[in-house]
Design a protein around this ligand. Structure first.
Ligand code: 6PG
Length: 476
């Protein structure tokens, strides 16, 4: 046994992660269900470093030093359980099994409990950054037993992305915490992408600007507060021309957004926890709306538009308004995502350090962005910060963009351009800061039809009014 780490599942993510380990000087045991993939890894990239290929699971496991560290990189779901079951008979006490797929965190909790009963360690590890990140430095979110991080952590930190010399990898928390945080990362990714898409749509309709022209605007934006991977690739994508038609590439792509499910899981969990992640939810539903073809056709045929026509006098001012609205809405989406992490951490007993999560998202991952530094700073100022956008720095940023944000949402509505994420984020902002909400009326209605009781503003206790009787108030 001479390999320091093993990777099983050599599709593109597994292959690139294995190459990343090898390039960092680790001897990497590699294995795949069909041996051809293992052979092609060695044939194509054997020079990256020291690989130990095995055809059988037994040989693969035997080729790794104890306590073994084995990374599973297969499609999340049943395949992960199958690989775990295949590994188990060959493993020995103290070995560490690491699932680097996009697993749903309840599955990770279940697997962690099962393996810990067998004396094994199970690490549910979120990995972000796509193929490129896996090869050159992803953001890594490992959960599981903390003691496993003592030996595993340094290797993962070594191959992770670095920002100012700091690794984009840290231990997240017990059992499902790592995969949970990766799930929320993806939810924020959905919101971020939807907000960017809405900004593009506003610039397109408002200015009548070409895709390439809007790409240039995003290029400019990427030099300021919005600097991020997603803004950067948007600038690139918008300026790309379709080779076949000579049209802007974005104009020949079918406008139906798909998803593999992590955004949906994020929203489902937020509903369970009662956390209002409205931006992420709207982004997820916007994908669903785009894919409802028969409904879109029926609506187009039947529903009047009745919208005004854009009258933009100052183009630069409009562009700046869109930029400010995008930044404010984006801060809301991140704030909501961190809110969900806090709620889950309390609910499942994970003790997640939110500032550290922002720190490991600064590089490597899809939502990497310059302003994540500011989030870390906010949680350093107050680790129990109840709401990220209420941190003085973010409150100031959002405050300065507020008038622009309102103008954009209003103009979009007047001109019939759908901006579900912009609009819901602004509504959330106004809702969460409202002195008094109409929730009072809802409580009264609930008490009226179902004797569900209410509390009063002026004294402690729970009350009920005899609505169908003499309308006297009783203490419930
Ligand atoms: C990442 C990405 C990655 C993947 C998403 C795409 O962090 O590297 O989030 O996990 O690209 O799963 O998700 P959808 O297919 O659901 O858009």
């Amino acid at each position: 046994a001479r390999a320091q780490i093993g990777v099983t599942g050599l599709a593109v993510m597994g292959r690139n992660l294995a190459r990343n380990f090898a390039r960092h000087g680790y001897t990497v045991a590699v294995h795949n269900r069909s041996y051809a993939k293992t052979e092609s890894l060695i044939a194509d990239h054997g020079t990256d470093g020291d690989f130990v290929p095995s055809e059988s699971t037994a040989d693969f496991v035997a080729s790794i030093e104890r306590p073994r560290k084995i990374v599973i990189m297969v499609k999340a779901g049943a395949a992960t359980d199958a690989v775990i079951d295949e590994l188990i008979p060959h493993l020995e006490e103290g070995d560490v099994v690491i699932d680097g797929g996009n697993a749903h965190f309840p599955d990770t909790i279940r697997r962690e409990h099962k393996l810990s009963e067998l004396g094994l360690h199970f690490v549910g590890m979120g990995v972000s950054g796509g193929e490129e990140g896996a090869l050159n430095g992803p953001s890594i979110m490992p959960g599981g037993p903390k003691e496993s991080y003592t030996t595993l952590g340094p290797i993962l930190e070594d191959i992770s992305a670095k920002v100012d010399g700091t690794p984009c990898c840290t231990w997240v928390g017990p059992d499902g915490a790592g995969h949970f945080v990766k799930m929320v990362h993806n939810g924020i990714e959905y919101a971020d992408m939807q907000l960017i898409a809405e900004a593009y749509d506003l610039l397109k309709h408002g200015l009548g600007e070409s895709a390439a022209g809007i790409g240039k605007i995003f290029e400019q934006w990427n030099k300021g507060d919005l600097e991020s991977f997603l803004i950067e690739i948007t600038a690139d994508v918008l300026q790309h021309v379709d080779a076949e038609t000579g049209k802007a590439f974005v104009d020949v792509v079918l406008d139906q957004a798909e998803q593999k499910g992590t955004g949906r899981w994020t929203v489902q969990n937020a509903l369970d926890l009662g956390v209002p992640i409205t931006g992420i939810a709207e982004a997820t539903f916007a994908r669903a709306l785009s894919g409802s073809v028969p409904q879109r056709e029926a609506a187009r045929a039947a529903l009047p538009g009745d919208a005004g026509t854009w009258q933009i006098e100052d183009r630069d001012a409009f562009v700046e308004d869109v930029r400010l609205a995008l930044y404010a809405s984006k801060l809301v989406a991140y704030s909501q995502g961190f809110d969900q992490i806090a709620a889950a951490s309390a609910e499942y007993g994970w003790g997640i350090d939110r500032g550290a999560m922002a720190r490991i998202w600064r590089g490597g991952c899809i939502i990497r962005a310059k302003f994540l530094n500011r989030i870390t700073e906010a949680y350093e100022r107050d680790e129990n910060l109840p709401l990220l956008i209420a941190d003085p720095y973010f409150a100031d940023v959002v405050g300065k963009g507020l008038a622009a944000w309102r103008r954009i949402v209003a103009q979009a509505a007047l001109n019939g351009v759908p901006t579900p994420a912009f609009a819901s984020s602004l509504s959330y902002y106004d809702g969460v800061r409202a002195e008094r909400l109409p929730a009072a009326l809802i409580q009264a209605q609930r008490d009226f039809f179902g004797a569900h009781t209410y509390r009063r503003v002026d004294r402690e206790g729970t009350f009920h009014t005899e609505w169908s009787g003499d309308r006297s108030e009783t203490t419930a």
